[in-house]
Design a protein around this ligand. Structure first.
Ligand SMILES: Nc1ncnc2c1ncn2[C@@H]1O[C@H](COP(=O)(O)OP(=O)(O)OP(=O)(O)O)[C@@H](O)[C@H]1O
Ligand SMILES: C[C@H](N)[C@H](N)CCCCCC(=O)O
Ligand SMILES: [Mg+2]
Length: 249
């Protein structure tokens, strides 16, 4: 019975596919899993949303969505424009706790990055994490620019006394460039938290059975900071030769 809040350094960084990978790894380890998307934007009624994508990829996951807005915008903007009600942070916490009573792991996927507003009062996913006292997993992009957005996200978490569980690279390129390779060593430094995995680019296009079999190999055995990032680096990426004194990548 644990809640893990999944945020990202922005939208389109691979939060959903990472959430699916964590769910698949947890299922493979024999744990029951639920996924909660408090506010789904950019999806029309009846269309599959992020939680449906998690179920498609990971399998036997309980899926819940609290609000849906058709326009691809931040939830508060989308709610204002549609006239639909906003989602309250207390409602998110209540839904997550209810799922946590019945599942070993509850994954709560935000919309966009950490400080995207849920309502016109400025509530965010961070407020929900606070209420739940839940750790936050940060999904980051692989390449140039990710160090800044990851550091900003980590700083925002610290300022709110939230625990950063670690960082997962949401889409690890087949041919990582120099910046991506070096980022494997630098992301933990700027995040102040361990690098807990990397989901290969194109993972969501794999047949679900392949996705489920491979997902545990993309992530730390346990998302608790004991994963050996150096081992991943050695297996998946050539070394970064540029910075004297940097941890060998
Ligand atoms: N590892 C990956 N393999 C395949 N496709 C990916 C991967 N990472 C991201 N994508 C694609 O990139 C896009 C964004 O990914 P995703 O939906 O996971 O973003 P997100 O961070 O969850 O954004 P949102 O804020 O909308 O929830 C999607 O179209 C997805 O199919
Ligand atoms: C539509 C998109 N895919 C997400 N669901 C919402 C992303 C909101 C991002 C807002 C922002 O940071 O500017
Ligand atoms: Mg998503």
């Amino acid at each position: 019975m644990a809640v893990l809040v999944v945020t990202g350094t922005g939208t389109e960084v691979g939060k959903t596919v990472t959430t699916a990978a964590v769910a698949a790894a947890a299922l493979a380890a024999g744990r029951s899993v639920a996924v909660l998307k408090p506010a789904q934007t950019g999806v029309a009624p009846g269309e599959p949303g992020d939680v449906d994508e998690v179920v498609r990829l990971a399998g036997d996951v309980t899926a819940a969505e609290l609000a849906r807005y058709p326009e691809p915008l931040a939830p508060d903007t989308a709610a204002r424009r549609s006239g639909l009600p906003t989602v309250r942070v207390a409602e998110i916490a209540e839904a997550a706790e209810k799922l946590a009573a019945e599942h070993d792991l509850v994954l709560v996927e935000g919309a966009g990055g950490l400080l995207v507003r849920l309502d016109d009062a400025g509530s965010t996913l961070a407020d929900a994490a606070r209420l739940l006292d839940a750790p936050v997993l940060v999904v980051a992009a692989a390449g140039l620019g990710t160090l800044n957005t990851t550091a900003l996200t980590a700083e925002a978490l610290r300022a709110r006394e939230l625990t950063c569980a670690g960082v997962v690279v949401g889409s690890w390129p087949r041919l990582p460039d120099l910046a991506a390779r070096c980022n494997l060593a630098d992301l933990p430094t700027v995040a102040g938290a361990p690098l807990l995995g990397a989901v290969p680019a194109g993972a969501a296009a794999r047949p679900p059975t392949d996705f489920r079999a491979a997902a545990p190999t993309w992530l730390a055995p346990r998302l608790d900071g004991t994963w050996d990032a150096a081992a991943f680096t050695a297996r998946e990426a050539p070394s970064c030769p540029t910075r004297p004194g940097a941890p060998s990548a």
